[in-house]
Design a protein around this ligand. Structure first.
Ligand code: ZN
Length: 173
């Protein structure tokens, strides 16, 4: 495929991650190219979900792939995702984030959410997500609002997480 490239993933405390992303007017070839790059970047990391703002593009675009390692890749693309309904029941799940590498903690999320979004071809999809799909899409949609999973943790844990990431980045540099 032409032009696919791996982008740099922004990490905390980069202020761009706190920006609110903007809706996409139309799913154009340019947006598809961004989604291709994001998918490539996510596979390379590796991770199971990535929001455009994490590669420095604050627009409402998310890619995910929840296939298990031994299975065929199953890329999922979300443009302008919205949650139409959510189950009141919440469950904790241990989350991580490519923008907060090597930090994991349990976050409560709704177990089932009804989604509306545009797919890779710009077609509108309405469907229920549950299990890991529900957890991951809620995590990624938080990114579009400038919210990170560590924002749900205590201030102490959050400060510690950011320090850990900064320390590790310094070691890599
Ligand atoms: Zn994340």
């Amino acid at each position: 495929m032409k032009g696919m490239s791996i982008r740099a993933i922004l990490t905390v405390p980069n202020p761009i991650l706190k920006q609110v992303s903007k809706p996409v007017a139309k799913v154009t070839d340019e947006i598809r190219a961004l989604m291709d790059d994001m998918l490539e970047t996510m596979y390379d990391a590796p991770g199971i979900g990535l929001a455009a703002v994490q590669v420095g593009e604050p627009v409402n675009v998310i890619v995910m792939d929840l296939a298990k390692n031994e299975d065929e890749p199953a890329p999922m693309y979300f443009v302008n995702p919205e949650i139409l309904e959510m189950n009141e029941e919440e469950k904790p799940y241990e989350e991580g984030c490519l923008s907060v590498p090597d930090v994991y903690d349990e976050i409560d999320r709704s177990v089932r959410v009804k989604l509306k979004y545009l797919d890779y071809h710009g077609k509108e999809v309405v469907e229920w997500a549950e299990g890991l799909y529900a957890v991951c899409i809620q995590h990624e949609m938080d990114h579009l609002k400038g919210v990170l999973f560590i924002d749900y943790l205590s201030r102490l844990k959050r400060t510690r997480a950011v320090k850990k990431v900064q320390k590790n980045e310094k070691l890599k540099a």
